[in-house]
Design a protein around this ligand. Structure first.
Ligand SMILES: Cc1cc2nc3c(=O)[nH]c(=O)nc-3n(C[C@H](O)[C@H](O)[C@H](O)COP(=O)(O)OP(=O)(O)OC[C@H]3O[C@@H](n4cnc5c(N)ncnc54)[C@H](O)[C@@H]3O)c2cc1C
Length: 467
């Protein structure tokens, strides 16, 4: 249905959550020629959700979480353009990175998220042992159905390439992006890998074809020069200018029905809504959906979340090994003790240069199945420095340190996740018409996927209001 001719001015939409998904939902609702009234209710005292940056080492803004988004999925680029940030985007200054496997080794080219696209990519990397290379080379001879027909990424990759390609290549690449353990992760959670497995025949050849299709030119990642929170701030300002009310420190604790509309209870205050978009993590959504429908609430509660710790620190340039010119390194699961990935921030971003020319590192600790956030700051820093010494051979004496705990911040897409979300959307449509979902817990964890889900939720909402 076209919603262009419909006047929604007398309708009220409440968006729950002011992370990127909630803000982008409001943005898309208000882009409508005759938009509804939109209110965002947010439990925190700031907008942005898990996107956050702060001053560090004399720089105005250094990200505490996400520092880049993929440009291939257009949603984030077009939102940035809508809010006037398209001329303030930058891309990583370098593209090569490393895997630590008893030494620092370049991540091989000709791979899609660690899935080899050629025999040479298998045989040239020192990350795999000779038996590991031999096993991986057999992949092209394995019957097409092996590793397909189920939704477990670890099982799929291991059964086609053997354990080493999974543990030393695919798991570090996928795991470091989503703080995940691929042995408990849905294939559908990583669309690039799902696309390879959806094809018949050899995965090596599917990966090779995908690499050949990669468009020439144009950087793969982008970020606003002011940090990722410049995007959430710009969207926030833009929606407020168009009349959106953003209520901070207002946690929703119950949603109930009032005839054809809904009532949201936020402690002392309550709001009537003709439609609602839930842009909150699934786990936080479950409790306030209990009154409306216990089965739906149970499905929200089923989505698990992993925690990570991000430590930013500076290394005096005199201590920095000059041969490490890449953007950072990943640690394979069997070798992880605390640190899972280290980003060499001042190599990666040309604008992250301190006055003293120190190297800014962002060190990630913990993942699904390896929680670290319960440890105290002193212990976490000691673990990070011990791992840096082990991996890089340098005894780092940081001049600046900043530690951020991201508790239950990464939704974990367990095998069967897509079917659960299909059920959730279908049942919400039948039991609670006018309530839509958006955000990282559902159909994609990265920023572009969250924005795309917001766009979808906004269209669903306008259709529901217009029907
Ligand atoms: C450390 C880290 C690094 C990352 N790096 C990248 C990266 O480099 N690139 C990338 O693309 N992605 C990255 N991601 C993922 C991406 O940033 C997130 O998936 C995305 O920002 C989530 O947005 P969201 O709006 O779905 O959820 P959130 O940001 O979690 O927002 C949800 C909001 O809902 C609010 N809320 C919760 N309960 C209630 C309630 N009861 N009432 C009202 N409000 C409520 C919360 O306070 C929060 O503000 C990273 C994530 C983390 C944690």
């Amino acid at each position: 249905m076209s919603t262009n001719a419909v006047h929604f001015g007398d309708k009220h939409v409440v968006v729950v959550g002011a992370g990127i998904a909630g803000l982008a939902t409001a943005h898309h609702l208000l882009k409508q020629p005759n938009p509804p009234r939109v209110t965002i209710v947010e439990s925190n005292d700031r907008v942005g959700g898990v996107i956050h940056a702060s001053p560090f080492a004399g720089l105005h803004s250094v990200d505490e979480s996400a520092d880049a988004f993929l440009t291939r999925t257009p949603a984030a680029m077009s939102l940035a353009a809508d809010v006037g940030l398209d001329h303030q985007l930058t891309s990583p200054a370098r593209s090569h990175a490393y895997i630590w496997s008893n030494g620092i080794h370049p991540i091989p080219h000709n791979m899609v998220l660690g899935v080899p696209g050629s025999l040479s990519s298998i045989w040239q990397t020192p990350v795999l042992s000779i038996p590991g290379k031999m096993r991986a080379s057999l992949e092209q001879l394995i019957p097409s159905p092996v590793g397909r027909g189920h939704d477990n990424m670890g099982k799929a990759i291991r059964s086609r390439f053997g354990a080493q390609v999974l543990e030393r290549l695919v798991d570090p690449l996928v795991g470091s992006i989503y703080a995940t353990d691929t042995d408990h992760f849905s294939v559908q959670g990583m669309p690039q890998v799902a696309e390879l497995l959806a094809q018949r025949g050899s995965l090596t050849r599917a990966s090779h074809r995908a690499i050949q299709r990669r468009t020439e030119g144009g950087p793969i990642f982008a970020t606003p020069l002011g940090g990722m929170s410049a995007l959430t701030s710009a969207v926030h300002h833009s929606i407020v200018e168009r009349g959106c009310e953003v209520l901070l420190s207002s946690p929703v604790n119950e949603i109930s029905r009032n005839g054809k509309s809904y009532v949201l209870n936020c402690g002392a205050s309550s709001f009537d809504a003709d439609a609602i978009v839930l842009a909150t993590p699934a786990k936080h959504t479950a409790p306030f959906m209990q009154t409306l429908d216990a089965d739906i609430a149970a499905q929200f509660a089923h989505v698990e979340h992993a925690s990570v710790v991000m430590i930013a620190l500076t290394v005096p340039r005199s201590q920095w090994p000059q041969h490490l010119t890449g953007t950072g390194y990943l640690v394979p699961k069997p070798m992880q003790t605390a640190v899972t990935a280290v980003s060499f921030g001042s190599n990666k971003w040309a604008h992250w240069q301190t006055k003293d020319n120190d190297m800014i590192l962002r060190v990630s600790l913990g993942r699904d199945g390896m929680p670290m956030h319960h440890l105290d700051d002193e212990r976490l820093l000691a673990l990070a420095l011990a791992d840096l010494q082990w991996h890089l051979g340098i005894e780092v004496q940081p001049t600046h340190v900043r530690l951020t705990r991201w508790v239950e911040s990464f939704p974990q897409y367990r095998p069967g996740h897509s079917e659960r979300i299909d059920w959730l959307e279908r049942t919400l449509g039948a039991v609670a018409p006018g309530i839509a979902i958006a955000g990282a817990s559902y159909r994609g964890i990265g920023i572009p996927a969250c924005i795309a889900s917001a766009q979808h939720a906004a269209s669903q909402t306008l259709n529901a209001l217009g029907s």
